[in-house]
Design a binder for this molecule. Structure first.
Ligand code: ASP
Ligand code: MG
Length: 431
C-alpha cells in the first residue's frame, strides 16, 4: 500500500538536516512511498521579500536577495556533496537563472500571478537538492514535478484543485518500480501550465491531495514536535499529547486556532478514510499522534486553543433599531470582503458582537466601513480562549480573577474573551 510522507522547511533547513532526513528515510524501505517536501527553512519568506523588493522597484535589493538565496542553496549543496557537487550545483544554478528569467518576464503581470511564477522555485530547489542527496546515499529516487500532477484553477496564490484532472494524472503514475518519489508541496499548475500555489503552509495539503488520489494507506507529517497536543505546549505547561483523535475533532481544533495541521488538509483524507499521523523527525521512537475516522478518544480530554491579538467590535444599529437578519447579513458580508474570520459571534436584539484578529490592514478598513452605517464600540488587546469538552469546574477555574468580556457556550465548546493583560504568560490547565 502506498504511503505519503511530508517534510516541512525545518526538517530540511540545512545540510545536517538533509543528512538526517536521508538516515530517517532509510528506516522506511517499504514502497511505494511518495515524499512531499516544502522549501528549505524560511525560503518562502525570502522569496516573498525578493518579490516585494522587485515590485517596489528596488532592483539592487532584488539582486542582493536573489544572490543570497542562490548562495544559501549552493552552500548546502557544497556541504552535502563536496567534491562531487558539480552536477547538482549546475541544476541549482539553472533553477536560479530560470527563477530570475521568469520573474523578470512576468514583472508587469498582476501580483498573485507574478508571485506564483517566482515563489514556486523554493520547492523546486529544495526537492532538487534533497532528491539528489537521497540518490547519493543509495536510495533509488525519482523526482516528480508537482506542477504536472496537481492541476488547479488560476486563482493565483490560493489556487483550487481540479480534482478530476489531478486524480487522472496521479493515478497515471506507475509507482511499482520500487523507487522513492520526491515531489514538491505547495505548488501546482493551471491546465495551460502556469505555476500556481495553494496558500502558505500548503505542503500538508499537497500530501493530502496526492494521498487522496492514490488512495494511500496513511499520510505521515514529520514535524519538530512529537505530535498533536490538547493545548500549545509552548503556552500551557501541562499540555498532553493525543494518541488518536477523529477528523471532526481535529477540524474543530484547527478551526478554533490550533496550528499544527492546516485545516484544508483533512477533508481529502477524511473522504477516503486515510489516517494522518503527525510524528517528530527528531525522535523516531516516539509514536506520534494519529487523526483517523475511528478515533475513540474524543471528549475524554478537554482541549484548549488561544487566539491572541484579538479585537471585539460591538456593532449596534443607529436609531434604536433591531439587529435583524438583514443587518447581520450586511455586516457578515463586510467581513468576507475584508478577509476576516470571526472567532466568536454573539447577537442580541440590538447588537452584534464580533471577535476578530487585530490584523491592521484588514481590520481598519472594516471598522471604517462599519462606522459609516452603525455605531461601533471597540476593545483591543484581547485573548480568545476556546475550550473543547470542558466541564463546569474547569471553566470556573479558568475564569477566576479575569473579567469575561464576551462568552459563548454549547454542548461541546466554550469560548471566553479576556483582556490579554489579565492572562498569564504561561497557562496551566486546572486539574
Ligand atoms: N513553503 C511553503 C510555505 O512556507 C509551503 C509549506 O511550507 O507548507 O508556506
Ligand atoms: Mg512550512
Amino acid at each position: 500500500m502506498t504511503q505519503v510522507f511530508k517534510f516541512g522547511g525545518a526538517s530540511i533547513k540545512d545540510a545536517a538536516a538533509i543528512r538526517h532526513l536521508g538516515r530517517l528515510l532509510a528506516h522506511f524501505p517499504e514502497r511505494p512511498l511518495v515524499v512531499v517536501i516544502s522549501a528549505m527553512g524560511k525560503t518562502t519568506n525570502a522569496l516573498e521579500a525578493l518579490l516585494a523588493a522587485a515590485r517596489g522597484d528596488d532592483r539592487d535589493d532584488y539582486r542582493a536577495r536573489l544572490e543570497s538565496l542562490r548562495g544559501d542553496h549552493l552552500a548546502t549543496v557544497e556541504a552535502l556533496f563536496g567534491s562531487t557537487a558539480g552536477p547538482v550545483t549546475q541544476r541549482v544554478e539553472a533553477l536560479v537563472s530560470e527563477l530570475d528569467r521568469r520573474h523578470r518576464a512576468h514583472a508587469e503581470r498582476e501580483r498573485p500571478f507574478h508571485y506564483d511564477q517566482t515563489v514556486c522555485f523554493g520547492e523546486l530547489l529544495s526537492t532538487t537538492i534533497v532528491g539528489a542527496w537521497l540518490d547519493e546515499v543509495g536510495m533509488a529516487t525519482e523526482w516528480l514535478d508537482a506542477r504536472e500532477l496537481v492541476v488547479t484553477d488560476d486563482d493565483h496564490q490560493s489556487a483550487s484543485v481540479d480534482w478530476k484532472t489531478t486524480a487522472e494524472r496521479v493515478r497515471g503514475l506507475d509507482l511499482a518500480d520500487g523507487r522513492l518519489r520526491v515531489t514538491q508541496g505547495f505548488i501546482g499548475a493551471t491546465p495551460e501550465g502556469a505555476s500556481t500555489t495553494l496558500g502558505r503552509e500548503g505542503s500538508d495539503y499537497t500530501a493530502a491531495i496526492l494521498a487522496h488520489c492514490l488512495e494511500a494507506e496513511v499520510v505521515t507529517v514529520w514535524k519538530d514536535v512529537p505530535g498533536l497536543f490538547n493545548a500549545d505546549p509552548r503556552r500551557f505547561d501541562n499540555a498532553v499529547q493525543f494518541d488518536r483523535i477523529s477528523f471532526s475533532e481535529a477540524i474543530e481544533l484547527a478551526w478554533h486556532g490550533a496550528t499544527v495541521i492546516h485545516p484544508k488538509t483533512l477533508a481529502p483524507l477524511q473522504q477516503k478514510a486515510i489516517p494522518l499521523t503527525v510524528r517528530s523527525f527528531l525522535t523516531l521512537e516516539a509514536p506520534g499522534s494519529t487523526i483517523a475516522g475511528d478515533a475513540l478518544h474524543d471528549g475524554d480530554v478537554p482541549a484548549f486553543m488561544l487566539c491572541e491579538e484579538q479585537t471585539l467590535l460591538e456593532i449596534r444599529p443607529r436609531d434604536f433599531a433591531f439587529m435583524d437578519e438583514a443587518r447581520q447579513h450586511d455586516i457578515l458580508g463586510r467581513l468576507v470582503t475584508a478577509g476576516l474570520h470571526a472567532g466568536l459571534i454573539d447577537a442580541g436584539a440590538m447588537r452584534l458582537s464580533l471577535c476578530l484578529d487585530s490584523h491592521p490592514a484588514r481590520l481598519e478598513p472594516l471598522v471604517t466601513s462599519l462606522c459609516a452605517d452603525y455605531s461601533v464600540a471597540r476593545l483591543d488587546g484581547l485573548t480568545l480562549l476556546t475550550v473543547r469538552h470542558p466541564d463546569d469546574d474547569l471553566l470556573r477555574a479558568l475564569g477566576e480573577g479575569r473579567e469575561v468580556l464576551a462568552e459563548r457556550r454549547n454542548a461541546t465548546t466554550a469560548q471566553y474573551l479576556f483582556h490579554t493583560r489579565e492572562c498569564p504568560a504561561t497557562w496551566h490547565i486546572p486539574e
